[in-house]
Design a protein around this ligand. Structure first.
Ligand code: KIV
Ligand code: ZN
Length: 512
């Protein structure tokens, strides 16, 4: 039996660092549950010192997850580590991940610290983290541009201090696969106590090499890969979990480690969940989880696949969960069936009132659409995932008029901070008219950066899921809305995003 490759998912932490991808506490719990269903080994739930909201999210994930290890990020500072330790108190299995930069440019320009002081602070941080848990990970940030001798020195010192995982980040996505692979091989060979820790990698995708670099490292002995669903993450993103996992499982002839412990049939639903919550849609030609990843268009390919699947397919669509979007509920399903399925999907309700409100929305949807799938349920919950106190703007009514040869118009009634207001506007289409009417009432001044519509399931009775991205004073915010009527879905998405824009944020970025 080959060794297991540890899959460390950082969708909720590094993924959330993508501009506009911020998630609420409940959304994070839902994604964490989906990752747990996939049997991901480690879930990095956030950066607890960043804000009260981040702390609460890590705490909620730590309390909700039973089978995966839950990890919290901390700079190599006492206050960060103590906060992470506190947030992770309720976890069945907790890890603290602490880091400090080790590249000459980061030490000089960002930290303004001498190398000796960096080593000292790294050691101190690991020792402090060990007071909370014996599962401690250390990352030399920007390792991909650090000097080899210095990296060896830091790693030896932190392993001696008690780090059980040492993670090598290519923070700015600068490395090429052959370089990164040999960096890992060199480190494992030259660090005298390298056998006392698991070597991990964390690659960014600035040159499109994140997955290739991670796999090159695995081939050289790395036994943990840090990755995110759909490759979400800072700038061009992180290594995509689905690509790492499927590369290792499909090419067992090459890798001497395996991912057999993962339930790979959860991949597609997890990808959809992350995309629907963050509003970061998946391109159709994206490997594994793109809509076309298993579609055979050309006649020659179709003929080949029909004669023998292996002619053109190296994986089976069903192995990654393409047919797993089960029809779960319908018009006659009761409250219990509804609650149970949502619980299985990681959604719990604060009380009967919240359950009743969601059930009313479900019944309204079931009246319009006879078969309700898991993805419909997820969208139903995503749409309502704002905390009540943060929902300052509510859609009361919308009427649009769209007719050939006429200018489309919209009549919108909103409840803003409890007061009902109505406006009309015309536009180049019904969605444009509705957005103009809404903005005339809210006066946010936010600029529309992205508007996209996707069908949640197939068929013309499918719900349309709309993503809206707004920018206000440099801050980017995404929101979603779903409905079988795409104009209403669009208005809901716009209002959802405006509500997020209207909530002030005060949050630290871990790497500045
Ligand atoms: O990219 C990076 O270096 C990170 C570290 C915090 C691991 O995200
Ligand atoms: Zn990163």
């Amino acid at each position: 039996m080959s060794e297991q490759l540890i899959i460390f998912d950082t969708t909720l932490r590094d993924g959330e660092q993508s501009p506009g991808a911020s998630m609420t506490r409940d959304e994070k719990v839902r994604i964490a549950k989906a990752l747990e269903r996939m049997r991901v080994d480690v879930i990095e739930a956030g950066f607890p010192i960043a804000s009260e909201g981040d702390f609460e999210s890590v705490k909620a994930v730590a309390n909700a997850i039973k089978d995966s290890t839950v990890c919290g990020l901390a700079r190599a500072l006492d206050k960060d580590i103590d906060r992470a330790g506190e947030a992770l108190k309720g976890a069945n299995s907790a890890r603290i991940h602490t880091f400090i930069a080790t590249s000459p440019i980061h030490m000089k320009m960002k930290l303004r610290m001498e190398p000796d002081a960096v080593v000292e602070q790294a050691v101190r941080a690991v020792k402090r983290a060990r007071q909370f848990t014996d599962n401690v990970e250390f990352s030399p940030e920007d390792a991909g541009r650090s000097e080899l001798d210095f990296l060896c020195r830091v790693l030896e010192a932190v392993i001696d201090a008690g780090a059980t995982t040492v993670n090598i980040p290519d923070t700015v996505g600068y490395n090429l696969p052959h370089q990164f692979g040999s960096l890992i091989a060199n480190l494992i060979e030259r660090v005298p106590n390298s056998d006392k820790a698991v070597f991990s990698v964390h690659c960014h995708n600035d040159l499109g090499m994140a997955v290739a670099n991670s796999l090159a490292a695995v081939a050289q002995g790395a036994r943990q890969v840090e990755c995110t669903i759909n490759g979400l993450g800072e700038r061009a993103g992180n290594a995509a979990l689905e690509e790492i996992v499927m590369a290792v499982s499909t090419r067992q002839d090459v890798f001497d480690c395996n991912v057999d412990h993962l339930d790979r049939t959860q991949i597609v639903s997890c990808s959809r969940l992350v995309s629907s919550i963050t509003g970061f849609t998946v391109q159709p030609n994206k490997a594994i989880v793109g809509a076309n990843a298993f579609a055979h268009e050309s006649g020659i390919h179709q003929d080949g696949v029909l004669k023998s699947r292996e002619t053109y397919e190296i994986m089976r669509a069903e192995d990654v969960g393409w047919s797993a979007n089960r029809m779960v509920l319908g018009k006659h399903s009761g409250r219990n069936a509804f609650r149970t399925r949502l619980q299985e999907l990681g959604v719990s309700f604060a009380g009967e009132e919240e359950l009743n409100a969601a059930f009313v929305r479900f019944k309204a949807l079931a009246d319009k659409k006879h078969e309700i799938f898991d993805d419909d349920l997820q969208a139903l919950v995503t749409e309502a995932s704002l905390d009540a106190e943060n929902e300052r703007v509510k859609l009361v009514a919308l009427k649009v008029c769209s007719e050939t040869g006429e200018t489309p118009s919209a009549l919108v009634t909103l409840k803003i901070d409890g007061a009902e207001k109505t406006a009309t506007a015309s536009g180049s289409g019904p969605v444009d008219a509705a957005f103009k009417a809404i903005e005339s009432l809210v006066n946010s001044g936010a600029e529309l950066q992205l508007y996209s519509v996707n069908n949640i399931t197939s068929g013309t009775d499918s719900q349309g899921e709309v993503t809206v991205r707004l920018e206000q004073d440099g801050r980017i915010v995404n929101g979603q809305g779903a409905d079988t009527d795409i104009v209403i879905a669009s208005a809901k998405a716009y209002i959802n995003t405006l509500n997020r824009v209207l909530v002030p944020v005060d949050r630290q970025h871990p790497q500045v």
